[in-house]
Design a protein around this ligand. Sequence first.
Ligand SMILES: *Cc1c(COP(=O)(O)O)cnc(C)c1O
Length: 396
Amino acid sequence: MNANDLIQLNKQYAINTYAPNLLLTRGKGCRVWDADGRSYLDFLAGIAVAQVGHCHPKLVAAIQKQAATLMHVSNLYYNENAPRLAAKLVEKFAAPSRVFFCNSGAEANEGLIKLARLWGSASGRYEILSMKNSFHGRTLAAITATGQTKYQKGFEPLPAGFAYAEYNNLDSVRAAITDKTVAILVEAIQGEGGVVPATPEFLKGLRALCDEKNLLLLCDEVQCGMGRTGTWFGFQQFGVQADACSLAKGLGGGLPIGAFIAGPKASEVFQPGQHASTFGGNPVACAAALAVIDIIEKERLLDNVARVGELLQTELRALATDYPWIVDVRGRGLMLGVALNHPAKAFEKVLLAKGLIAIATADNVIRMLPPLNITQADAREALRIFAEAAATYSPA
Ligand SMILES: *Cc1c(COP(=O)(O)O)cnc(C)c1O
């Protein structure tokens, strides 16, 4: 079947929730190829998923080996990978904690919400306070926690027990806390919301507020976790410790796996029967995540994230001075946003035509999320493409 036939099949038979425009057939490292054999530098990485690049040989081998050994047993039995992965994640979380495995970011956040409600149930508290402009996934509880009405419209009635405050505004958070509030849910760096980092004062202030009012600080690390910012977790950039956090996206390096980690305040909350997930802790997905962590450690990728992130940010800033329509370059590590003073979709298309995949988000921001093992040479090529695109582009 050729590319056009496949695209027509999708248009006819797939539920109409996405509008892709390119059929990708192969990947290696920081590059992907389309059905016509054209190559692209991939600064989306499957939306912050291909953490160690496409088809890293060690990741491929780990998946193949486990798939040929034992693919699934459910949580009614132990498997050889989930316990080791849980121990690894607790080590990175750097506090006595426990891990629950699931399959996606939304499911991980659902778990955090249930954890907080169960933790607060004895004291009659249940309200989750989240941030405007946030993104937490597409299940009903997750779109409700997501502080953007565009994701909620038409799906009412939304579950009760959620409230919102302004990101990077401690007074707003303080004002929104009631005697029903049980937890604050926050991204250390808002991703979908336009790559907006928390200010250190804000995240530290949330930590202090949670201590003062006995609330759980829940960090959504689905996008900014797994080394994306140069530390294992985004909140570690700010010298803050979360009480619990969610993970997914980059955790499996391309296989679907999510998790939440509950620290000392909440690690003993769930008892047998209160939460479950059939695929959670699947041995193949866990083999992938163990390989991803091993590769990040052995190839010293956290250092690479800091180094290449710095290069990209510095060079993009320098470039921006030539173009008044580029109004901001921001982010941490390899989670970068270039904000334009107009919708970024047209510029995204110019970048794509020149061989760079970097996607518009929050209307006017070009988001860059390359694999953590991107080389300096690939980063420089992306910068060259970006500069060329900017030079030929005139905002409408
Ligand atoms: C992508 C994302 C989610 C949702 O993850 P899914 O795997 O798509 O359910 C949740 N939170 C954040 C911060 C995300 O970026």
